[in-house]
Design a protein around this ligand. Structure first.
Ligand code: GLA
Ligand code: ZN
Length: 657
């Protein structure tokens, strides 16, 4: 298993390299990722290249038995490049995203893409057959610093072509967008604007009040643009190297369609910062992100940057407690991580990230965090063949759609609605119950899942409808909710009775809805509905009813028999407790397996490549937990009696009760 660190040799005097790399070896690391921000050192002036330092560092690492994941340096272009032609992205006010940090260049700028191709080709040519290169990372975190959508003239031109390819003639676009509204008909594709600043923004803050079809296509186009840029680099590297090509994704980030971004890659990697200045440190949030990353390619993934210390940019998040770095490592493995790389080796004393601590402090002295990870590395080495390629059999899938993210962002329906939060709440309820669900695209739906959750799946294509019908016909249980099927592919409201294409499956009709900020009482101990409420009619079974408001007595949760299977419709947002109750009810009726476990813990059943089953037990709390499961520890061979220490991990062969 890859066990490594992110390393920036260019931040240190070369006289320090040998000692640092010895320490890496002591730390049990077998890989480093390097070079992803070193363009200026590699090409100090246009067409003048210097690979001598990189040659040397790769050799020094090879001498320590450490393989290299080589990053292409395109996320931080040198100043000569950025200044020579205007390559800066433009924000929605037309302002350049200027030099001074990173990720400021537009992937549709021809000069930037040309210079990117040249530097990537030089690297691939030189290191493509180097036996010490074990993988390639393309660029760094596409979209970081909210940089997916650009409003420059190059983007405007490319967008026009993108629209021309999609619609063929402008009348078709006008008709599908409904540009007749407010007299916005376009005369040609070149005429079509980018959804930048408009007069409405003054009234609505961040809501730009553009035509929703235009906004949707601009999301799609912007996502496609980065995927095209990634593909450009992947094609070049592939000509010279047969080593795995990856890119470091950002977990829950959703401005790029991660299913499509994953396609040109051999493996998905991602950057996992659990607790920092910005993040929600709930462990379920991290587990779900791991699952999404596995779902991106429906394959095990790598973590390319794992938190190694207290971190933030101008303020620190919490410092990892003793045990947490190890715990987070096993949490990743339990959810499908096949390669673990920590960010970063030694903390940088300078630059923007002087507060983003690595494994080793600024003074280069290894302390608690280093020793904890070192020990973890030794454990993992022994168990590597149990981990790499292992899977977690589960009966449950949660479907995420990037199109849905964008559509729900363009129009939020009501202030408390948040699609990603809703998905997370369904994930958390499942995690609490112990179903350990997969997360992925609608294309992952398969009869091996007993339950598929598709909360607020707003746009349903005909092909997707067919997938759902086949799944339910074959005996599956599908769970749909409010705000599903209400829009078409142009991001317009469907004119069929709601829920549109999902009417047959759900057996319901949405008669009205209530988005007023009051709580509605529910029957059967379900407490109250909060947020959106559909007021529906059904011929199917009613599981829960509203018991207040003018729609008291009407259904809130229904089940419809369809073919061999059934479709649940959850017409409203439920409280956490009610959602847990519902998820348990659905799992029990569908016969989905779950592993009960105490609050604040996870128990994940794993199956190694060669079919050996084992359980990973994790305690995310600061108290000892009793797991009600015993067995033999794979970590040290001792008998595990169920007691697990604060932030502890056990991996066991389970003793059957
Ligand atoms: C991201 C980047 C890294 C570094 C860390 C810490 O994940 O990929 O280069 O900036 O964040 O901020
Ligand atoms: Zn642009």
């Amino acid at each position: 298993m890859i066990f490594g660190v992110d390393y920036y040799p260019e931040h240190w005097d070369s006289s320090e390299w040998a000692a640092q790399e010895k320490l890496m070896r002591k730390g049990n690391f077998n890989a480093v990722r390097i070079a992803e921000f070193s363009w200026k050192k590699l090409e100090p002036e246009e067409n003048t290249f210097d690979f001598s330092w990189l040659d040397k560092i790769i050799d020094v690492l090879a001498a320590e038995g450490i393989g290299v994941i080589l990053g292409t340096p395109t996320a931080a272009p040198p100043k000569w490049l950025a200044d020579k032609y205007d390559v800066y992205m433009r924000d929605k006010y037309g302002r350049p995203r200027g030099f001074g940090s990173r990720r400021e260049c537009c992937s549709n700028n021809p000069y930037y893409t040309e210079r990117s191709e040249i530097i990537v080709e030089k690297l691939a040519e030189r290191y493509g057959k180097n036996p010490n290169i074990i993988a390639w990372q393309i660029d760094n975190e596409f979209g970081c610093h909210s940089s997916t959508r650009c409003y420059c003239d190059h983007c405007k031109k490319k967008f026009a072509n993108w629209l021309r390819d999609k619609y063929g003639n402008i009348d078709k676009l006008n008709s599908l967008y409904g540009t007749v509204f407010w007299s916005q008909q376009y005369d040609s594709f070149d005429d079509v604007i980018l959804p930048a600043y408009t007069s409405c923004e003054a009234d609505y803050g961040d809501r730009r009040a553009h035509n929703p079809s235009l906004e949707m296509d601009f999301y799609r186009f912007s996502s496609d643009s980065w995927i095209e840029y990634e593909q450009l680099q992947a094609d070049i590297i592939r000509r010279y190297s047969d080593k795995p090509i990856t890119h470091n994704f950002m977990g829950h980030f959703s401005d790029i369609d991660y299913y499509k971004l994953a396609a040109p890659l051999d493996v998905v990697a991602w950057d996992n910062y659990v607790d920092n200045q910005w993040n929600n440190p709930a462990y379920e949030n991290t587990s779900m992100a791991h699952e999404l990353m596995r779902g991106a390619k429906h394959k095990n993934f790598w973590v390319m940057e794992e938190q190694a210390g207290p971190c933030g940019w101008d303020m620190f998040g919490g410092t990892p407690r003793p045990g947490q770095l190890r715990l987070w490592t096993y949490q990743a493995i339990a959810h499908g991580c096949d390669g673990m790389v920590y960010f970063r080796f030694r903390s940088a004393p300078f630059g923007m990230e002087q507060y983003w601590l690595g494994l080793v402090d600024h003074d280069g002295v290894p302390r608690r965090r280093f020793f904890e990870v070192q020990k973890t590395g030794a454990e993992i080495k022994k168990l590597s063949d149990m981990f790499v390629g292992a899977e977690s059999p589960t009966d449950v899938l949660i479907v995420k759609s990037y199109e849905a993210v964008w559509s729900h962002k363009i129009k939020r329906h009501m202030s408390s609605f948040d699609y990603r939060e809703l998905l997370y709440r369904y994930y958390k309820a499942n995690n609490d119950l112990g179903t350990n669900p997969d997360c992925g695209s609608v294309n992952m739906i398969d009869k091996k899942y007993k339950v598929v959750y598709m909360p607020a799946y707003i746009i349903v294509t005909d092909e997707e409808k067919a997938i759902l019908e086949e799944y339910v016909n074959g005996g599956g249980t599908l769970v749909l909710t409010h705000l599903s099927g209400i829009k078409d592919e142009n991001n317009n409201i469907v004119t069929e009775t709601l829920p549109g294409k999902l009417r047959g499956l759900t057996g319901i009709t949405v008669e009205e809805f209530d988005s007023s900020p009051v709580d509605t009482q529910l029957s059967d101990g379900f407490g109250k509905a909060c947020g959106w409420r559909d007021i529906i009619k059904t011929d199917g079974d009613v599981k829960v009813r509203y018991t207040s408001e003018y729609y008291s007595g009407s259904p809130a949760v229904t089940v419809n028999k369809f073919g061999e299977g059934s479709v649940w419709y959850v017409a409203c947002e439920l409280s956490d407790a009610a959602l847990f109750k519902l998820v348990k009810m659905i799992s029990d009726e569908a016969g989905a397996e779950y592993i009960p476990h105490p609050e604040g813990t996870e128990i994940i059943k794993r199956r190694s490549c060669d079919g050996r089953e084992y359980y990973m037990l994790m305690n995310f709390t600061a108290e000892q937990k009793n797991m009600d499961m015993t067995g033999t520890s794979l970590i040290n061979g001792s008998m595990f009696d169920g007691k697990i220490e604060p932030y502890g991990v056990e991996i066991i062969n389970r003793k059957e009760q």
